[in-house]
Design a protein around this ligand. Sequence first.
Ligand code: 13P
Length: 340
Amino acid sequence: MNASELQRIATAMVAKGKGLLAADESSGTIKKRFDGIKLESTEESRRTYRELLFTAAPATKAISGVILYDETIRQKTKDGTPFPQYLSQNGIIPGIKVDAGAKPMAACPGETITEGLDGLRERLAEYHALGARFAKWRAVIDIAAGIPSWAAINANAQALARYAALCQEAGIVPIVEPEVLMDGAHSLERCEEVTSLVLSTVFHELFVARVLLEGIVLKPNMVISGKKAPDRAPPQTVAEATLRTLKRHVPPAVPGIAFLSGGQSSAEATLHLGLMNKMGPLPWALTFSYGRALQDDALKAWLGAVGNFAAGQKAFAKRARLNGLASTGGYAAEMETQAA
Ligand code: 13P
């Protein structure tokens, strides 16, 4: 493990004014997104869509890295440049999702354990050769009556730590993503309680597994009311509760925190990030690693039509730029209605 190289990559992933594009939807998930715009998911439609995003990204100056999926890291631009090569030539770090998904956890009804540790060392070596310099592993914690259980939190935190140690051995920066879902009707307070327990367990396990904190990026949920909660907490409360929780549980040795959007609307996710970055100084960079909240505008503008390619790119570029501004505290809600 080359500690200074890991640190250099992690710091570049959260460089000032920049964040990550999560474009690592599995074939099942991208099909759901395409169903939303009535587009058939084929290898070529998926390639075209990723090309739309990736070739629009450099000009935004707001994207530090892109999380790819196994199929995507092997695909090329239409003029034949492999996607990871295209991205690095344009100053964007290629990354790769390496978990094999959240599967039902034995003895824990309604809960999941993320799989994918077997053979991971070999897969990381291959992805590194293909150009990946960071990876992602998502653990999923659901809130409902009687859950999450200690068993599920603990097992998922241990898996995240073992994944992170393997990544660093391979010279790859691990994005450590323990996602507390915002599905359900729970309160912001319940989300704060669960997120606190999850983060403290994850950092304990990272310590036990000898993971170099300077060479990771944390990808957490925000502390937010459940989507179906009757009285959802306003943006300022979300920003304050999220920062309070992160300050309590994330050591300052971690170079950066890049949020997932988790089902927030694009504008909501940008606003929350912008509010938090106005509340500095902060011990770590605080930025985005959004999937849906970066892509929804682009998908709706594109709709899978050749003639809308440029409109899709424009919509993506605007959203990326607004999030870049939010990561420096320079975002204002009025910017939503201004021209791209
Ligand atoms: P969302 O921002 O759509 O939650 O996706 C981010 C991600 O990478 C989930 O693993």
